[in-house]
Design a protein around this ligand. Structure first.
Ligand SMILES: Nc1ncnc2c1ncn2[C@@H]1O[C@H](COP(=O)(O)OP(=O)(O)OP(=O)(O)O)[C@@H](O)[C@H]1O
Ligand SMILES: [Mg+2]
Length: 336
């Protein structure tokens, strides 16, 4: 079966006055219909740009896709002409962002905005589109949807606005939903509700979801697979339970270690990765993580490791996965 999405060697740069920012450096992955993929990594590692480039939403210039392909339903979006892209965006692929206000039109009622998208993308009449809008708003948990379609975005709370965005996103029955940190600005209870909502909609609609987040807890709950990104590379990928149980890349080990955990005394333990991510204009030679890595050897300074299989679908890009494993086995023995 051909995958829903098949990204091969995608490379994105930004031509800035300081130099060429290498934001995405040849990433490849594919997704099946209905699957959920998490993307994690520190700020600036290319999570958003890689997804925005895929639907050709990066500003060009300064941005440019300089290599690779993005096959969606068998069509290469990288080669698609600008005037054909609207059939993909808002139609087969929908996106929700952290800040719904940035995507909503402040001077148009919520009802008009959603209905308009439905008229354009599904070709329903205005009356039918408005009925569908009320159904959708009810489905995403907006109380008194029939009345609220006449309200403007500022009349909704942050959490409700995000629900409106989700209604808009699913209005055209997308095959893929990209959620770029949609819950970061919301409080924890509302966050959990939004995650639940997307999960139930996903089951109903059989859509694939890419969930970008800093919150590894969300990934653990929601995703089957996770891509860990570092400096524009995917440095580890695989089934969520594998990677959480036994991360093989030192960066992932650090990332998982940096989740606040409650210890037995009820306090907080926090470990973190020393140092800062590299300058994306001057990436280090060899492994991009090498300057911060406690396992780095001479080889890491010279040669960049590709993703290689550690177990089944689990892959890591590191020359020293054996040393990482031994280190953790020793630590576990120490704890026992
Ligand atoms: N318009 C732009 N011009 C120049 N550089 C850009 C532009 N947009 C993004 N970048 C650079 O591309 C790189 C990847 O950015 P991206 O927004 O994908 O990071 P991210 O992983 O989504 O981070 P965050 O977690 O903060 O959202 C960063 O180094 C960023 O500075
Ligand atoms: Mg981002």
């Amino acid at each position: 079966m051909t995958p829903l999405l098949d990204i091969r060697n995608l490379e994105v740069v930004f031509d800035t006055k300081d130099g060429l920012v290498r934001a995405v450096n040849g990433i490849s992955y594919s997704m099946e219909q209905g699957e959920t993929l998490g993307i994690v990594g520190e700020s600036g590692c290319g999570k958003s740009v890689s997804c925005m480039a895929m639907v050709r939403l990066i500003p060009e210039p300064p941005g440019k896709i300089v290599g690779g392909s993005v096959l969606f339903d068998g069509v290469d979006l990288v080669k698609m002409k600008r005037d054909e892209l609207h059939t993909i965006r808002g139609g087969k692929i929908a996106i929700i962002f952290q800040d719904p206000m940035a995507s909503l039109n402040p001077v148009m009622t919520i009802g008009d905005q959603i209905a308009e998208a439905i008229v354009v993308n599904l070709g329903l009449s205005r009356h039918q589109a408005m009925e569908r809008t009320v159904e959708l708003l009810t489905r995403v948990g907006i109380p008194r949807a029939q009345d609220r379609i006449r309200d403007y975005p500022h009349q909704f709370s942050g959490g409700m606005r995000q629900r409106v965005m989700i209604a808009m996103a699913i209005s055209c029955q997308p095959k893929l939903l990209i959620a770029d940190e949609p819950t970061t600005a919301l409080d924890v209870t509302i966050q959990a509700q939004i995650v639940d909502l997307v999960q139930s909609l996903q089951k109903e609609m059989q859509m694939a979801v890419i969930w970008i987040t800093h919150d590894l807890g969300v990934i653990a709950r929601l995703a089957q697979r996770v891509n860990v990104m570092y400096a524009g590379f995917i440095i580890e990928t695989g089934p969520v339970e594998h990677i959480f149980r036994q991360p093989h890349h030192p960066y992932t080990v650090g990332l998982l270690g940096s989740i606040p955990k409650s210890d037995d005394e009820g306090g907080q333990m926090l470990s973190y990765i020393d140092g800062a991510p590299p300058d994306m204009i001057r990436l280090p030679a060899g492994c991009p993580f090498q300057p911060r890595c406690q396992f780095a050897t001479e080889r890491c300074l010279q040669e960049r490791p590709d993703l290689t299989v550690v177990e089944d679908a689990h892959q890591a890009a590191c020359w020293n996965t054996q040393a990482v494993r031994d280190h953790h086995a020793a630590k576990d023995r120490g704890r026992a």
